[in-house]
Ligand binder design. Structure first.
Ligand code: AMP
Length: 255
């Protein structure tokens, strides 16, 4: 059985995880739960889009067999709590800017996996660091499941699909589509042998020029540790940047 944990407001990115699950297993189970422990008090927990009826229709269309919409009490009988910490890979990048986030993700994903007991669980590379944290969490917690990474699904413009794209107006959307293009430009510069720290600076400046109001990070990192890149090891370019009140993340592999 394949399991696909989500927070709902489903789009083609989520459905690609279901399709991957159904390629590998007979049954795909999807959970929809907006997890309070991964939102900080100032974040968008209350306004996060909730579209259950449309979500269920989409899941029927791709052939998922079951949808689980746990209540808060199902997962957190003693109230919401972040009680699983994954050290190391959770600390840079997102860990710096959203310090509560990965403890919340690890705590809910462990509970979901222990309840559903799937053979595999599919996670999107859209949340690349989350994928690394989940891999480490299941190893540390000895949860017997194979974590399957699924590539990022992008819209025609190249913008990575995200439930939070719904917050963008037309002008903001035009800025948003620049994000992945800038990451690809950074990859080209790296392929041409440019110095990594100057590529990082170029990327940040390019995002500012494109209209992003705040850049949390835009950087080339080691693809596993997400620390400074190491010569000869796989690398990843990752960015998080704000347009108005919307925070976008994206990443690409570096050949
Ligand atoms: P979320 O509902 O945002 O928590 O996402 C649930 C799962 O869908 C996570 O594993 C995400 O990485 C994955 N996901 C979200 N957007 C995309 C996308 N554009 N492409 C691939 N996977 C995605």
């Amino acid at each position: 059985m394949a399991f696909i944990p989500t927070m709902g407001a489903l789009h083609a990115g989520h459905l690609a995880l279901v399709e991957e699950g159904l390629k590998r297993c007979d049954i795909a189970v999807v959970s929809i739960f907006v997890n309070p422990t991964q939102f900080a008090p100032h974040e968008d927990f209350d306004s996060y889009p909730r579209t259950l009826d449309a979500d269920i229709q989409k899941l029927e269309q791709v052939g998922a067999q079951a949808v689980w919409t746990p209540s808060e009490a199902d997962l957190y009988p003693d109230g919401p709590v972040s009680d699983i910490h994954v050290s190391g890979v959770s600390e840079p990048l997102e860990g710096t800017f959203r310090p509560h986030f990965f403890d919340g993700v690890a705590s809910v994903v462990a509970r979901l996996l222990r309840a559903v007991k799937p053979d595999i669980a599919c996670f999107g590379e859209k949340d690349y660091q989350q994928l690394q944290v989940v891999q480490k969490m299941v190893a540390e917690q000895q949860i017997p499941v194979e974590i399957v990474p699924v590539g990022i699904v992008r819209g025609e413009s190249g913008l990575a699909l995200s439930s939070r794209n719904a917050y963008l107006d037309e002008a903001q959307h035009k800025i948003a589509v620049r994000l992945n293009r800038i990451l690809f430009d950074m990859a080209e510069k790296a392929a041409a042998g440019e110095n990594i720290s100057s590529i990082d600076s170029w990327g940040k400046a390019a995002l500012e020029k494109a209209g992003f109001e705040k850049i949390d990070y835009c950087t080339i990192r080691d693809a596993r540790s997400l620390l400074e890149p190491v010569a000869g090891q796989e690398k990843r370019i990752l960015a998080a940047a704000w347009i108005g009140k919307t925070r976008l993340i994206d990443n690409i592999a570096l050949a």
